[in-house]
Design a protein around this ligand. Structure first.
Ligand code: PLP
Length: 391
């Protein structure tokens, strides 16, 4: 489906080497954790390694996990529950198939499906980082990355927004969003490549880029070196829920056995998996291309109409209108609502102090005429009472 991004960066190779050795140690100590493959699942009966078994290890206490809505439409659906962590009752073919498809799509060796991006970011960092590691974390990183790093045993250094880490070695990680959720900007690809090329590791959250750039594969698709870990939440451009964590096969094997947000949680509902598959097919195919074209046309239209009122170059569908004062942001949001436009005022602590703003997002599902009308009325409002960042 797509080329695989090279693993070549020294930090990535060293990470693989370290985790492969740790996995080998676990195998020798009979401590290795693997998700057994459970196929042909019908309630508590399934095939494990080819043999038919009856489960006595699920949490399906009332036998409802296999339930489907009544009637022919319901019978065609996947069962609602997975009944346990994938490490306990096993993983269904569908989970692994969608993970492999996504990994191929973004050019990684493997991927793991988490219940949400938040859970992935809270669970994965502590499983990979060591006390001897230094993590450089962008000052505007998402709450989930901040919380995930709080749980990790590494030294944390906060980087000025969009600054690169001052040093790179296999013990230095850069945690960053490829497109920032509240600002719509992101680090330069050359900055990311330079850190990886100098032997550092990169944990890249593509929440607001996956599906939108490079045929839907995200900003990382244009890198020369593969990020050490890529997180692709599916609640945004994919219109679903859940998140893929992508990495080398070794790093994924390690995460499956060690990330607490994967080990100690019930697997993603089987109902969702075909929806994710379908969204992936759409995003990767001509329909995705059509939607991306419509999206970027709308983005360009909005950017052109808003001119100096927005602090964004149109490289993402996120347009912050910086206001500064919380009350003014709320008043602008209320004035828009009166005119039939819903735009939330975003205030601290989601954004820094004095960083209150309207966060406007453009979609392929907007009619261009709607974008035009919205832009005109927004400009009118901002010109009546211009605030910080407004022309
Ligand atoms: C950058 C970033 N990472 C992670 C998440 C969390 O993803 P999810 O909604 O799948 O929990 C979000 C959601 O707002 C986000 O903006």
């Amino acid at each position: 489906m797509t080329r695989r991004l090279p693993l070549s960066a020294r930090g990535n190779l060293e990470l693989d080497r370290r985790l492969e050795a740790a996995l080998e140690g676990e195998r020798e100590a009979s401590r290795e954790r693997r998700c057994p493959a459970a196929t042909r699942r019908r309630g508590l009966r399934y095939a494990l390694g080819g043999a038919e078994v009856v489960s006595f290890c699920s949490n399906d206490y009332l036998g409802l996990a296999d339930l489907r809505p009544p009637g022919p439409a319901g019978a065609a659906l996947a069962p609602s529950g997975a009944a346990s962590s994938r490490l306990v009752c096993g993983e269904m073919d569908a989970h692994r198939e969608v993970e492999r498809s996504f990994a191929r799509f973004v050019g990684f060796e493997d991927a793991i499906l988490f219940p949400s991006g938040f859970q992935a970011n809270v669970g994965v960092p502590a499983s990979l980082l060591r006390p001897s590691d230094t993590v450089y974390s962008d000052a505007l990183n998402h709450a989930s990355l901040i919380d995930g790093l709080r749980l990790a045993p590494a030294t944390r250094r906060i980087l000025d927004h969009l600054a690169s880490p001052p040093e790179a070695s296999e013990a230095s990680w850069w945690f960053v969003e490829s497109v920032f959720s509240m600002d719509g900007d992101g680090p330069g690809l050359e900055q990311l490549d330079a850190h990886l090329g100098r032997g550092g590791c990169v944990y890249l959250d593509e929440a607001h880029a996956i599906g939108l750039h490079a045929g839907g594969r995200g900003r990382a698709a244009a890198l020369r070196h593969r990020p050490s870990v890529l997180v692709a939440p599916l609640g945004k451009a994919f219109g679903c829920a859940g998140a893929f964590v992508c990495a080398s096969a070794t790093v994924c094997a390690w995460i499956r056995g060690h990330a607490r947000g994967f080990v100690f949680t019930t697997a993603v509902s089987p109902v969702l998996v075909p929806r994710i598959n379908h969204a992936l097919e759409l995003v990767a195919g001509p329909e995705g291309e059509r939607r991306r074209e419509r999206l970027w046309r709308n983005v360009e239209l909005f950017r052109a109409r808003l001119g100096g009122h927005v602090d964004a170059d149109g490289a993402s569908p996120i347009f912050p209108v910086l206001v500064g004062d919380d009350r003014r942001a709320l008043a602008l949001s209320a004035a828009l609502l009166e005119r039939g436009w819903h735009v939330q005022a975003i205030r601290p602590p989601t954004v820094p102090e004095n960083g209150a703003r309207l966060r406007i997002t453009i979609s392929a599902a907007h009619e261009p005429e709607t974008v035009e009308r919205f832009a005109a009325e927004l400009c009118q409002l901002l010109e009546q009472a211009p605030g910080r960042g407004a022309a």
